[in-house]
Design a binder for this molecule. Structure first.
Ligand SMILES: *Cc1c(COP(=O)(O)O)cnc(C)c1O
Length: 482
């Protein structure tokens, strides 16, 4: 017994380092704060993209205790000085992220208190907070209070949960799989195709519905396709529409799809991961008409609400359909089940224990109120318009008028291959890096995308980007003139 006590004393002494005392906590926080202040103070003038060579990174776990200042220097060198800066307002590529400072403070609260957000019994306040955010999301999209929701890691898992519910609602399994039909737009996000495979529907029939001139799903083609499949003895059961496609920012005709889904008994899922929160802008609301008629929807606060990466939300009207796959009981969980409690987040998601995502969204929304969010979203739409007009003045060709804040452009040179020219143009843009743009292939053409959603993107950022594009254009022209 004495031996054990002695050993415990030794171990207690050694493990003490895991609980820094007050003075040390302040000192750590001061170091971190100095680092983040420097990062944020420099972010406007720093390049959004830095070309990098992969060198052996100094990130290995060597088992030794290291001073925090040295670790922050490594963080700067290995992460902040390499590649894309997603927190920069100059990030106009892919779908930009956010990184609200007040959200980081929320994360700190969540981590320090380490609240449990998986089950109501373990974390009633945490579950209530997430439910308050989910209820607000239901209101925004006109979903009934009876709908169920979950805060996920992002849009991919939100879409996965919704599609699993669609599968189970329609009992798509065994021999039914290969005669079941899923309708997707040609511009559907690839996480939907991944979800279909993950949930065992790889062998279902997948119909890609062509798009109209504005890259919106053509509802007439959808209607004919569903009729045709039914006549052929197949089982149409799911249609996925987008409220803001990744490549072109288009919103599908949601009301028309909802009509077809109702008539044909299809589950209607809307992927609003990128575009959903634009519904907050009064002048844009009308474009989302019909979204409330969907059976499920996925939206990403880490896009449209400018949160740091790691937060999506799924809403599903049919609770039973979700619970079929996600609810499971185990003996060791018996204390945590009660019919009187709100539904446990763990019964709506594959996750049991998870990052407590509530405070990173709740704190900014409560601290700032909703107006700055609305203003920031509307600003992005107007900046997109502004940038398109300027690009047209510079001689670029533009994609169709976008529904939201994603668009594309390309240059049509005389006497040479257009794609070759634009591929070289984006290389020059990346080498410059003041502002980051990404490219895509749309309607068979190599194009340069603009995606405005970073909350730090301002008119001055766009002007800087336009100057950069102009320089890159001159350089590309010169190069090919030789
Ligand atoms: C980003 C995005 C997704 C994927 O969401 P993640 O949060 O990256 O997992 C799905 N659909 C659309 C339209 C998106 O823009």
């Amino acid at each position: 017994m004495d031996d054990i006590v002695k050993r415990i004393e030794v171990l207690e002494e050694r493990s003490k380092a895991l609980e820094p005392a007050s003075a040390e906590r302040r000192s750590l926080l001061a170091s971190l704060q100095a680092h983040t202040e420097q990062f944020l103070d420099g972010i406007e003038d720093d390049r959004a993209f830095k070309k990098f060579t992969t060198s052996p990174a100094d990130l290995d776990i060597d088992g030794e205790a290291t001073d925090v200042k040295e670790l922050l220097a490594i963080y700067d060198r290995e992460l902040q000085q390499k590649g894309l800066n997603p927190a920069s307002g100059g990030h106009l590529g892919y779908i930009p992220g956010g990184g609200l400072y007040t959200s980081a403070l929320g994360d700190m609260l969540a981590a320090v208190s380490d609240q449990y957000a998986g089950m109501y019994f373990g974390g009633p306040g945490a579950v209530n907070m997430e439910n308050a955010l989910i209820d607000w999301t239901k209101e925004i999209f006109g979903y009934p209070a009876s709908a169920i929701g979950n805060m996920t890691s992002g849009g991919s898992i939100a879409n996965l949960i919704a599609l699993t519910a669609a599968r189970d609602k329609h009992g798509i399994k065994n021999e039914k799989v290969s005669i079941s039909v899923i309708y997707l737009s040609e511009q559907v996000h690839h996480c939907v195709q991944k979800a279909i495979r993950i949930i065992g529907l790889e062998d279902a029939q997948i119909r890609y519905i062509p798009l109209d001139a504005h890259f919106r799903l053509d509802a007439n083609v959808l209607r004919l396709a569903v009729d045709n499949d039914r006549q052929n003895g197949l089982i149409p059961f799911l249609v996925v529409g987008s409220a803001g496609t990744t490549d072109t920012g288009a919103i599908d005709p949601l009301n028309e799809i909802a009509d077809i889904a109702e008539q044909q008994n299809l589950w209607f899922h809307v992927d609003a991961a990128y575009g959903g929160y634009f519904i907050l802008v009064d002048s844009l609301k009308e474009r989302f008409a019909g979204i409330s008629r969907s059976d499920s929807l996925a939206v990403d606060p880490h896009k449209g609400l400018f949160l740091p990466y790691g937060t999506g939300i799924v809403l599903v009207k049919d609770m039973e359909a979700v619970m079929h796959s996600q609810h499971y009981t185990a003996n060791y969980m018996q204390d945590a089940r009660s019919g009187e409690h709100p539904v446990n987040p763990a019964d709506v998601s594959p996750e049991l224990t998870k990052h407590f995502r509530g405070p990173r969204m709740w704190l900014p929304l409560r601290l700032h109120g909703i107006e700055p969010f609305k203003a920031c979203l509307e600003e992005k739409v107007l900046l997109t318009d502004y940038m398109r007009r300027k690009l047209a003045d510079m001689g670029f060709r533009l994609g169709p008028e976008p529904d939201l804040s994603v668009s594309f452009f390309w240059y049509e040179p005389e006497d040479m291959d257009t794609d070759t020219f634009n591929k070289r143009l984006i290389e020059h843009i990346h080498a410059d890096g003041r502002v980051f743009l990404s490219s895509s292939i749309i309607a068979g053409r190599f194009v340069i995308r603009i995606a405005l959603l970073a909350f730090r993107t301002k008119k001055s950022t766009i002007d800087k980007g336009l100057a950069m594009i102009s320089d890159a254009l001159d350089r590309t022209k010169e190069e090919f003139a030789k």
